[in-house]
Design a binder for this molecule. Sequence first.
Ligand code: ADP
Ligand code: ASP
Ligand code: MG
Length: 391
Amino acid sequence: MKYGGSSVATAEKINEVADRIIKKREQYKNIVTVVSAMGKKTNELLALSSEISLNPNRREMDVLLATGEQVTIALLSMALNEKGHKAISLTGWQAGFRTFGHHMRSKVQSVESELIERYLDEGYIVVVAGFQGVNSARDITTLGRGGSDTSAVAIAASLEYPCEIYTDVEGIYTVDPRVYKNAKKLDYLSYEETLEMASLGAKVIEPRSVELAWKYNVPLYIALNTNEVKGTYIVKEGKIMEKKNITNLSIMDNILLVNIELSTNSPEEINDLFVRLGNENVIIDIISQNKFARDKYLVSFTTTSDNKEIVSSVLKEKGLNFNYIENVSKVSIIGNAMRTQAGVASRAFEILAQNNVELHQVSTSEISISYVIDDENVKKVVEVFVEEFNL
Ligand code: ADP
Ligand code: ASP
Ligand code: MG
């Protein structure tokens, strides 16, 4: 079971989570619970660090950020003890999370789960800190924002258990229910569509956790933290009997669209640009490249708007001509049926044209179409897509 930040935001909520774990024990002998930092703690720690440094050492950031989850595991174990149950808290490194890659977005290499298993055998409820691990240099690492979902799935994969993710909504909806209140809850969704929607901005579940669950066949269930209503089961595609063409709409906000004018389309030049951005930890999303006049090429890409300063300095350093488009969002429609059915894209384009929506960029995958549009058009586009595709 995994409980996210909002589910453990106060001592009272931690007590409620403890009650639910105890109840779950009537059904399952062995339970491992993964928890996030309380409420908005991770954001508070990030803000605190920025009072000290605007460019803090990333290793030290991980030492700082990992403290959030450590508070929750101790309190939850105490709550379980207080209610008469044997429980033990484990940090990510105690629980066996070995990681690799960059600080603040490390990847899970393995979960060496002997200690978890030993405590389970001794009858303990094991409470593990999400989002954290240790790398080969024995540095504390974190897994990137929302990473507790990945921690939970990694433990489930390692123990061959099912994984239940409890959060502040009743499951996965056709659209973020906080953005569109008539969105419908889905009983089932395929791993592939869930991965696509999560990667395209629906933060209800972290994409890497879905990837991991899919790879290791971990049964995944997403539900409201009170467990009083039925949530969403993530299953293999073939198990879903009846479904719509388009299953989901995801929105990613805070996007920065960068347009760069180049006088050459030499692969080395373009490569150098993206290598430099990569070295600065700038994650690039959609890239497009066009020739628009003789010896004039336009390279455009999107990233998150918090990268504006760093992108600016890299482009200036290279002496490039560029401009930005800000206050844009990416709206994506997702559905496995797109692979086999023609006409979805043309319907979507037609609706956008009828509504005079300016498209800054469009990208597609086998099962999705994404449009970068002005923030002010998002509400309208969500409404027309919901209606057209019956979401
Ligand atoms: P947690 O703290 O439990 O990890 P998150 O805040 O990371 O929770 O994720 C839950 C949030 O995801 C919801 O409050 C909801 O606003 C958002 N969300 C975005 N898209 C969807 C969707 N399609 N279905 C359900 N929730 C969504
Ligand atoms: N506490 C971390 C975050 O806020 C990890 C998580 O909640 O999954 O990103
Ligand atoms: Mg989350």
